[in-house]
Design a protein around this ligand. Structure first.
Ligand code: GCO
Length: 450
């Protein structure tokens, strides 16, 4: 397949992403406190085979080798998250120097290798001590989060390119409190709007504190979003699609970009909103991160969802055109948006190593289709600046344990051996090509100016 990526800006960034709990392991090292995922994974029946992130990819001990691997792939950027319980073991109070020191070394190691660091503050590993006080159901957690954000911004804000407050608040709110699939495992959909509000408030409070620190980093948030499709244009399907869009996308985008919750039939807004909250939440951001994996299908008449590109190992429908549609839809609804990064997009397949090789042709195809989908959005005026493949390496896929392999690098969990899958080699060559043509355009531009 030949890709047409000509609409992407010439300094477009190509990277890969991970998160702390999914790769670091070393959960009891250097003073790290207990997180809600440590607790959740220990409860019987919550995760596949009771698997946890206690060891994961042992990245905490192997980060130097992982950094070298990223460099060998020519990654231009790397998105990682900071584990709050490493920085403040109980979620409050003085910073733990050893925890901060780890990320300090990680960031410097990236910069030494010419890779831009992109940091996420919250990728779901809340300190357990805060959960004991109600976690995100408790408004105080938002203030604790802002203090944590300030500590990290002070220490690393001079060197990281971006700081995202939250990763996928929809997952924290809905999967954590609505259906109980994720930590802390509560099952009461009525809690979701208020949790979402506290997450958004914590984002706003953190933005203010980080701005005051005056770090160099661009500040924003990462949302997971799905485009919504209907099987036919009936009033019933339209209403269902509007409600899905409200719960999935607008619940977060409206407060962030319109300083209000959506008004859609069936949508339940949070009940406790204090004066000043919406202005805090809706303050200006430097970028928006979008994570895209699949679409939402609405069909009241029960038409099965078509899957021309098949399904992933997570059983998610592959729908590259849904990424174009999503970006164009939010661009139209919320314009002017800040520049967008695709902070996650990727696919799980049951990849197997044969000797040193891991053939994953379907992943390469998936990447090409989605790269092109981003470029198509750019032709329609969407300002997209970069793409982070999820994930750099196979890792702990939350309640699905270690079965689901999203990486472009294969991890053998028995030996911790990393092997570049064919997709990683393809991505390496692709990035080299892209940088080459970026240099050529620059030279050509200079020639024209001269
Ligand atoms: C996410 C996550 C990742 C998941 C990925 C695949 O933000 O949802 O960042 O933690 O592993 O999405 O499910």
């Amino acid at each position: 397949m030949n890709m047409d990526l000509s609409a992407l800006p010439k300094n477009f960034t190509w990277g890969a992403a991970t998160s702390a709990y999914q790769i670091e392991g070393a959960t009891q090292t250097d003073g790290r406190g207990v997180s809600i995922w440590d607790t959740f994974a220990m409860q019987p029946g919550k995760t596949i085979r009771g698997e946890s992130g206690a060891v994961a990819c042992d990245h905490y001990n192997r980060y130097e080798q992982d950094l070298d691997m990223m460099k060998s792939m020519g990654l231009q950027a790397y998105r990682f998250s900071v584990a709050w319980p490493r920085i403040q073991p109980s979620g409050r109070g003085a910073a733990n120097e050893k925890g901060l020191g780890f990320y300090d070394k990680l960031v410097d190691g990236l910069l030494e290798r010419g890779i831009d660091p992109h940091l996420t503050l919250y990728h779901w590993d809340l300190p357990q001590s805060l959960q004991d006080l109600g976690g995100w159901l408790n408004r105080d957690t938002a203030f604790a989060f802002a203090d944590y954000a300030e500590i990290v911004a002070r220490r690393l804000g001079d060197r990281v390119k971006t700081i995202a407050t939250h990763n996928e608040p929809w997952c924290t709110a809905y999967l954590g409190f609505g259906n109980g699939q994720f930590a802390p495992g509560l099952k009461d959909p009525a809690l979701v709007p208020q949790v979402a509000h506290h997450l958004l408030l914590s984002h706003g409070l953190a933005m203010s504190k980080m701005r005051a620190v005056n770090s160099q980093a661009q500040l924003g948030i990462v949302l997971n979003q799905c485009s919504v499709y209907t099987s036919s244009d009936t009033p019933e399907n339209r209403a269902e699609a509007a409600l899905q869009w409200a719960n999935f996308v607008q619940l977060y985008m409206h407060p962030l970009f319109k300083q209000a919750y959506p008004e859609v039939k069936g949508f339940v807004p949070p009940s406790n909103i204090e004066a000043g909250d919406m202005a805090l939440i809706g303050q200006k951001m430097d970028f928006l991160g979008v994570n895209y994996y699949t679409r939402i299908w609405c069909s009241k008449e029960g038409v099965p969802e078509p899957a021309p590109y098949g399904r992933t190992d997570m059983d998610w429908i592959i729908c590259p055109e849904g990424l174009t549609k999503l970006l164009v839809d939010i661009h139209k609804e919320y314009s002017p948006l800040p520049p967008i990064y695709i902070t996650e997009n990727g696919v799980a397949y049951p990849d197997k190593a044969a000797g040193n090789d891991v053939a994953d042709p379907k992943r390469i195809e998936f990447m090409k289709l989605h790269f092109e989908a981003v470029a198509k959005a750019a032709t329609q005026g969407v300002d997209v600046r970069g793409f982070f493949y999820w994930s750099l390496m196979d890792n702990y896929e939350w309640n699905s344990g270690y079965d689901k392999r999203f990486g472009i690098v294969h991890v053998d969990y028995a030996t911790q051996q990393r092997r570049l899958k064919d997709s990683a080699k393809w991505y390496r060559d692709f990035i080299a090509d892209q940088s080459q043509s970026a240099v050529q355009t620059e030279t050509a531009d200079e020639a024209i100016i001269a």
